[in-house]
Design a protein around this ligand. Structure first.
Ligand code: TRP
Length: 356
């Protein structure tokens, strides 16, 4: 038997603003780690941004550029990874249409990612009262399943893989895409490889305000493009352990934003774990800890800043990266779509020529 050897990676990000350390800890780190091992495609999901927040349409182009530069500055290698502009991959929309009969509306309403998103956007609780959400919002998981399944190796050979590294909040989307793939495959020669989710184990970083999630719109984020002065301003004003009122009190580093951010940018660091033990014994000073965090963040962001400056000097290069990546994605997606059409008896070889 032919053994599978395609190791493909597909992931995506919605262009809704500059990336921050929470993105780094939640998804980027694994993208960086896997880029040498997998055939990687990263989708900049502008169509999804439009589906979810149509009122932000005018801002999307600027965010697309910002995200592309952030990803390159973070160290994704343009020689190894393809960057894809979702709206220029019309195959997504076509596959979305073909997948719709394999989806129940109830599973969209009960999808935990969709419900959480609806709540955070003030769209109400999808599980209960009749809601006023747009069709595009309720349906976006189907489009996201299409994003994923388009990159399934065609024809699938046992052993082929399609890995989708995402933040923990996105896992229900990958589970849903897998379910749709299974339903589609049932009763026929399989068309789709079942996608597998991968996560870093970190769901989100706390914000500099002590809030439990770092988010750009929450104004508590340290951006990947943050300069040194602004890092200093944010970090020195940062909240630390709320339970530590007197300097001699034992600390709770496992819940302290300062420590959690330090751990996230330097995982497995032995010195840090020593400091952690000292903190628990009440032997550290939060102000010192913040200075250490500041030095670590500055050191961490320095190479990103250098690469960013380099890419910003080369607008033609950015255009090439996104154009070439999108073109390559269309090749892969075209093969998948042709197989899907055949499977649905929409091939018509004797009635119509292959569309160019
Ligand atoms: N929903 C993802 C986000 O919020 C972006 C995304 C779009 C995505 N399509 C995808 C992620 C496919 C993984 C796979 O950022």
């Amino acid at each position: 038997m032919q053994t599978g050897n395609v190791k493909r990676l597909l992931s995506g990000i919605r262009p809704s603003g500059a990336l921050h350390l929470g993105h780094y800890a939640g998804v980027l780190r694994q993208w960086l780690a896997l880029q040498g091992e997998f055939d990687c495609f990263f989708l900049i999901a502008d169509l999804q941004a439009l589906a979810i927040a149509p009122e932000s349409a005018a801002a999307i182009p600027g965010f697309v550029k910002e995200v592309l530069v952030d990803l390159l500055a973070a160290g994704l290698d343009p020689d190894r990874c393809r960057f894809v502009l979702q709206s220029r991959l019309p195959e997504v929309t076509e596959l979305t249409a073909y997948l719709q009969p394999f989806v129940r509306t109830g599973e969209l309403r009960s999808n935990p990612s969709v419900r959480e998103e609806a709540r955070s956007l003030g769209k109400g609780d999808l599980g209960e009262a009749p809601d006023e959400v747009d069709f595009s919002f309720l349906g976006y998981p189907v489009a996201q399943a299409a994003d994923i399944l388009l990159f399934s190796p065609t024809p699938p050979v046992p052993g082929d893989r399609l890995v989708v590294p995402v933040g923990r909040d996105q896992v229900p989307h990958v589970v849903f895409a897998r379910r749709v793939a299974q339903r589609f495959n049932r009763g026929r020669t399989p068309i789709f490889v079942e996608p597998e989710e991968a996560t870093t184990g970190i769901s989100s970083l706390p914000g500099t305000d002590g809030g439990f999630k770092m988010g750009k719109s929450l104004h508590n984020a340290i951006l990947l493009q943050e300069d040194e002065q602004s890092c200093a301003r944010k970090i020195r004003a940062m909240f630390t352990d709320p339970l530590r009122l007197d300097p001699g009190d034992p600390g709770h580093p496992d819940e302290c934003p300062c420590f959690l951010i330090r751990r996230a940018i330097r995982p497995g660091n032995g010195d840090l774990e020593l400091r952690c033990a000292e903190c628990k014994r009440g032997e550290t000073d939060c102000a010192d800890c913040k200075e250490e965090l500041l030095a670590e963040v500055i050191a961490f962001l320095a190479p990103l800043r250098e690469r960013r400056a380099e890419f910003e000097r080369r607008p033609d290069f950015l255009r090439d990266v996104l154009s070439d990546g999108t073109l390559k994605a269309r090749e892969v997606a075209g093969l998948t779509l042709a197989a899907v059409r055949d499977a649905l008896n929409l091939g018509y070889p004797d009635l119509i020529r292959e569309t160019p």
